[in-house]
Design a protein around this ligand. Structure first.
Ligand code: ATP
Ligand code: MG
Length: 402
């Protein structure tokens, strides 16, 4: 293909007023990182669009990668030409020939921000449309639903010709909006919750509770594999692995069985909150969905949430399982999540957890034991690992971020 650049449109960033430059800079870094192994790429970002100069790199490969990057509304592979009509005609025809298939219809869409250009938009349409019709056999124009919409844009510095407008991932650039801690189990829901939060520009770190020997190394590996998928989206992913066995055993000694689930969740939340504070985060993210299981009734959330006033983001709260699974398939976490290995909570799960726990009761049960010390020990024993996407393992893109 003859494209020499990709034109990137920002979308939602463009409404960001005074912070706009910060958002654009963040996006530029994220794009740069995702293309860091393609040595010839150059990136030019200005206020209303970004150009990725290919310098010989493959436009389809670059397109595939930037399609996942948040903060991009749409993009178009394009060629830049001097604003000289004969040269533009040649370039338009060459590009058209390289993409056109027998029987396809077309139209020209002209856009002219440089009002000094010698042709107006109607004249551009007829001049270039006519030129292509004369040179390609059996071609017809369809202005309503053309197979190929050849866009010719006249700007001050040059003309740009493109034929496709490809939808991007939308959202806001990763890591442009502060940090949140994702409570990441091995299940289907929490990776999806993490992904959706990243889409709003948050930097997300994972916190996983691990209870060896009741949960196996393979259960831990599953969470690492899920983290790797999230790292594909954000460039890197920090995962905190919390040793939780001792606390779970203490809970089972201290708390009546039908309240163990409530206390387990409360303590997980307290530990996550302590790790959040250490890491400078401002929110906690979970994969909870209203009514899905005993711990996710409104009464349970009320009793669990009481341990912290930190904002808890629950992106899946009103989604049903099928909607969640669709996203899990899209982001390729679904098949990892359904691997059968047990999670710390399934091992200890009581036969009949309270679906409507009472706050005063759970507070009372917890008051006979000093969990603070165990919480502190768990936080201190937490391991933090940085996970990079498989596609970028060879270099070290992390420096660029901090
Ligand atoms: P998931 O599919 O994310 O596991 P779930 O539907 O199985 O969710 P629960 O097991 O009740 O629901 O967990 C609710 C939320 O609590 C999870 O989405 C996750 O955010 C958090 N959570 C559960 N178990 C763990 C764990 N071992 N480590 C970290 N967070 C956990
Ligand atoms: Mg689960």
């Amino acid at each position: 293909m003859m494209y020499d650049r990709i034109l990137v449109r920002y979308g939602e960033i463009s409404t960001k007023g005074r912070n706009r430059n910060k958002f654009i800079d963040r996006l530029r870094k994220n794009v740069k990182r995702s293309l860091s192994d393609l040595p010839n790429i150059e990136i030019k970002a200005d206020r209303d669009r970004m150009f990725i100069l290919l310098n010989g790199e493959d436009s389809a490969e670059v397109g595939k990668r930037i399609k996942r990057i948040f903060g991009i509304q749409s993009y178009s592979p394009a060629i830049k030409v001097e604003k000289e009509i004969e040269k533009m005609k040649d370039a338009a025809l060459d590009l058209f020939r390289s993409i056109h298939k027998q029987g396809q219809t077309f139209k020209i869409s002209a856009k002219r921000s440089d009002k000094t250009f010698e042709l107006d938009t109607n004249e551009i349409n007829s001049t270039f449309g006519g030129h292509i019709l004369r040179n390609v056999d059996g071609l017809t124009v369809d202005v309503r639903r053309p197979d190929i919409n050849l866009q010719i844009e006249i700007r001050k510095e040059a003309a740009y010709i493109s034929a496709e407008n490809i939808r991007g991932a939308g959202g806001l650039p990763a890591a442009s909006g502060g940090k949140g801690m994702l409570m990441l189990s091995g299940g289907i829901d929490s990776p999806v919750a993490g992904y959706l939060t990243m889409k709003r520009g948050l930097e997300v770190e994972g916190v996983h509770f691990f209870s060896p020997p009741f949960t196996s190394e393979r259960a831990k590996q599953k969470v690492i594999d899920l983290s790797e998928k999230l790292a594909e989206v954000s460039g890197h992913f920090a995962l905190h692995i919390v040793p939780f066995t001792e606390i779970q055993q203490a809970i089972h000694k201290q708390v009546p069985e039908n309240y163990t689930m409530t206390t387990t969740r409360r303590l997980m939340l307290r530990i996550t909150d302590a790790i959040r504070e250490k890491q400078g985060g401002l929110a906690i993210i979970t994969g909870e969905s209203l009514g899905q299981v005993a711990s996710q009734t409104l009464e349970s959330m009320y009793a669990i949430n009481e341990v912290t006033s930190t904002p808890i983001i629950r992106p899946l709260i009103t989604m049903d399982k099928l909607e969640i699974m669709d996203i899990a398939h899209d982001i390729e976490t679904h098949d990892i999540s359904i691997r059968p290995y047990e999670d710390c909570c399934t091992v200890f799960v009581p036969a009949s957890p309270k679906t409507k726990p009472k706050l005063e009761k759970v507070q009372n049960f917890e008051s006979y034991f000093d969990f603070d010390e165990l919480i502190q020990k768990a936080v201190e024993g937490t391991e933090r690992i940085i996970i990079t996407p498989a596609s970028q393992r060879k270099d070290d893109p992390i420096d660029d971020l901090f």
